[in-house]
Design a binder for this molecule. Sequence first.
Ligand code: NDP
Length: 336
Amino acid sequence: NRRFLLAARPQGMPKPDDFQLDTQPAPEPADGQVLLRTRFLSLDPYMRGMMDEAGPGYAPGVKLGQTMVGGTVSEVVASRNARFQVGQLVLSSAGWQEYALSDGSDLTPLGEMSRPSLALGGLGMPGFTAYVGLLDIGEPKPGETVVVAAATGAVGSVVGQLAKLKGARAIGIAGGAEKCRHAVEVLGFDECLDHRAPDLKARLAAACPDGIDVYFENVGGEVLDAVLPLLNLHARVPVCGFIAHYNEERGGAATDKRTQLLATVLGKRVRLQGFIILDHYADRFAAFRRDMTQWIDEGRIVLVEDVVERLEQAPDAFIGLLQGRNFGKLVVRVSE
Ligand code: NDP
């Protein structure tokens, strides 16, 4: 069983040496357990927080020397649990490794899926995040302007497409000309702006002549600076993440923006609402799966994946995610 352990707590951007590849014999299931083989491993921004001792804020960090955590699509390869059959695919949290044991309590059977990896992306946690964050908190109305950054990523790509589906204008922000072209031509954004090119503030103002009604916050940083002056009265800002700050020291450079942020929220009567998707599964997940499956079948939602081959590539691919090298939902194909 090859697996990646957390070898060191990163200072700033994680380095390959922060992960250690370890090899053990595959474990044997005890009575009541199943042995899982990882098919796909999801790589997600929250994992950066899990590398810190304090964790991302809603869960403790991974302990040094422990296997890196992560969602997986896994296959049951041995079963001593009557609820699971060999060959069955399940959604699991097996982490960055090839094999894992489970008593079944944390497993969700996947049933028939033509692209099982989508259970980690557009039909799973990131897609659900876009759905709850945009539809329940952002509440876009026809003709309104919705802005989202990391627009070609796992969450942002679905946010933009749902905004269009609800009749809003969707303005994306992404890193580089190729991602921006993809956002417009494939995902259907009305416009997409490159945050690495100069004058983002002026270009965003030009792209949003009627201001911004919904800003789906994924990144913070300079994008947030450009968005704030354009927010309309009663704008909604689902605060989903702030990846531009994930490699900063806690309490560091992000703090000085607070006054400006709060003054805007107050003056514009903005509802600024943080959310953790874990809170919404019981209420909203069934509706999400029903709607999303239908929209995919109708060709109204496109899900783009960035599939990296082999578990060994996981640290490099994860560091790439924090730098914008991924193009779409990042997953690792661990086995066929
Ligand atoms: P993505 O697939 O979008 O990958 C991350 C992307 O972030 C990169 O490709 C890059 O895109 C962008 N990025 C990285 N650094 C910066 C920066 N300094 N400035 C601007 N953009 C940057 O990841 P996800 O879709 O999985 O996650 C998007 C956000 O949603 C994250 O903040 C994540 O933490 C949050 N999230 C929150 C959840 C919740 O429950 N609240 C659940 C799931 C995700 P580009 O090259 O286009 O800049």
